[in-house]
Design a binder for this molecule. Structure first.
Ligand SMILES: [Zn+2]
Length: 85
């Protein structure tokens, strides 16, 4: 099995995201509500570096600079081990 872009984050692995393609698919599905209007507890995480972001602008900058897709963390935070760091 060849993995071209390994996904490093423990939380990404809990979600079953093992490749950049998996992340892309998840991001496409989540895209519609991504910016979290009116959601004060929203946070984001990078599946590749496992770092957290507390504003959409911070998450967007990371996507732009690192070319990583960033996912909404609070959608998954009820799952064990998925909370923010
Ligand atoms: Zn990243």
């Amino acid at each position: 099995m060849t993995v071209e872009s390994p996904v490093q984050g423990a939380r990404a692995q809990k979600l079953g995201l093992q490749s950049a393609e998996d992340v892309e698919r998840e991001w496409e599905e989540a895209h519609a509500g991504w910016t979290a209007h009116g959601v004060s507890q929203a946070w984001w995480f990078c599946p590749f570096c496992d770092c957290d972001f507390w504003s959409p602008s911070g998450a967007r900058k990371h996507m732009k600079w690192k070319k990583h897709r960033v996912l909404r963390g609070d959608w998954y935070s009820e799952l064990e081990g998925m909370g923010p760091k």
